[in-house]
Write a protein that binds this ligand. Structure first.
Ligand code: V47
Ligand code: SF4
Length: 360
């Protein structure tokens, strides 16, 4: 029996696929066959409904003590273009978001060398003060590790203080590729994959939900991607605290990894990665196509390849665009609704915790 047939039988029986199965799917390069299986697995969980939300990103600072080699966003304090918003600038962005009907503020930034822990607490209180209806999804596991270091608190104590100040859930950034050999080449200063997972375990134990990402399309192999997803699947079996998996397509401008030939990028690889994530991560309810990195057309097409979430309106995005993302800065709610409808699916506005707000 071919490996594709083996997977087909397992999916039909709602059985878990193995690492070897997932690897064989990547190697098959049979996008239509893999995509069809992913669409079946997705329809079983989500029917014809596709989620989006109305959100606003705030990247409060691009000043960062790390120098990840894929990152075009980070700057040192004295570099031209370095910035750090004050609380008024953050408040104004949150007010604007609330006026535009946002239900979520997504906050991530660099690891600033001088900002005290109190600034982060004040930032959360400031946004919460604008509207208690705004859910604050903030700080990657990498930032949580850093905040624990600068505050002198343990990870659970840091999370408890942030939660008390208004933190509602965590985004999934900073995961990159967990395998250390790849991290050594991509981001040697960053916390290890093990530490990222340990922090997410603590996040889930603290009663907070989080997301999970994977940065792909650079120096990693298919086996590295499967290894990454395996570690996520294992932690999800343990805690159930991940809401969604978001593969992030590497953008290659203005960063030291940009010279790569990037042989694994492209629309087929993007769709394959999303489809295989749907099949392999059977304990994740949601697979998100982040249109900022994928572009609108691949994001829309992915709806037919196992995806059930298109992220949100975003409004102001710096991390992908500094690295050359060709997508717009923002999409309106109408843009996203149209995109989903034209794929023959039902647009559903959700909140950050995946409660349904409105069916369009
Ligand atoms: O951690 C940095 C990635 C992440 C590049 O949880 C890059 O809902 C591509 O995690 N090319 C931050 N990616 C963004 C992120 C995210 C975005 C949207 C939604 C959610 C969510 C999370 O961006 C970083 C890093 O992995 N990144 N540089 C680049 N050149
Ligand atoms: Fe800093 Fe994050 Fe960029 Fe790494 S990816 S350099 S930690 S901002």
């Amino acid at each position: 029996m071919s490996s594709l047939e083996t997977v087909r039988k397992k999916i039909a029986a709602a059985e878990r696929i193995t690492d070897a199965d997932a690897l064989s799917l990547f190697e098959s390069r049979d996008l239509l066959a893999v995509g069809e299986l992913a669409a079946v697995a997705n329809a079983r969980k989500n029917g014809r409904r596709v989620f989006f939300n109305v959100n606003r990103h705030i990247n409060h600072t691009n000043i960062c003590v790390n120098q990840c080699k894929f990152c075009a966003f980070s700057k040192t304090t004295d570099e031209p273009g370095a910035y750090c918003y004050d609380l008024d600038e953050i408040r104004n962005r949150a007010i604007e978001a609330a006026e535009q009907g946002a239900t979520e503020i997504h906050i991530v930034g660099g690891l600033h060398p001088d900002l005290p822990f109190d600034f982060y607490l004040e930032m959360l209180r400031t946004v919460r003060g604008v509207s208690p209806a705004l859910h604050i999804k903030a700080f990657t596991a990498v930032e949580i590790d850093y905040l624990a270091k600068i505050s002198g608190l343990s990870i659970p104590e840091t999370l408890a203080e942030l939660k008390e100040a208004g933190l509602g859930s965590l985004p999934g950034g900073g995961a990159e590729i967990f395998r250390q050999e790849i991290r050594d080449r991509l981001c040697p200063e960053k916390i290890s994959g093990e530490q990222w997972l340990k922090i997410m375990r603590a996040v889930h134990c603290a009663g907070l939900k989080s997301n999970a990402t994977m940065l792909y399309g650079h120096v990693e192999s298919y086996a590295d991607r499967v290894d990454h997803m395996r570690r996520l699947r294992e932690l999800q079996d343990e805690t159930g605290g991940f809401q969604v998996f978001i593969p992030l397509a590497f953008q290659k401008e203005n960063n030291p990894l940009g010279h790569l030939k990037n042989p694994m990028s492209g629309g087929v690889d993007d769709l394959m990665t999303l489809a295989i994530a749907r099949l392999y991560l059977d304990n994740f309810a949601n697979i998100k196509a982040y249109w900022v990195m994928l572009g609108e057309k691949i994001a829309q097409t992915s709806i037919c390849f196992g995806v059930n979430d298109l992220d949100g309106t975003v409004v102001e995005e710096k991390i992908g665009h500094d690295a050359g993302a060709g997508s717009p800065q923002s999409m309106t709610k109408d843009d996203i609704v149209t995109m989903i409808r034209k794929a023959g699916r039902i647009p559903v506005e959700r909140d950050t915790l995946y409660n349904e707000l409105r069916v369009y």
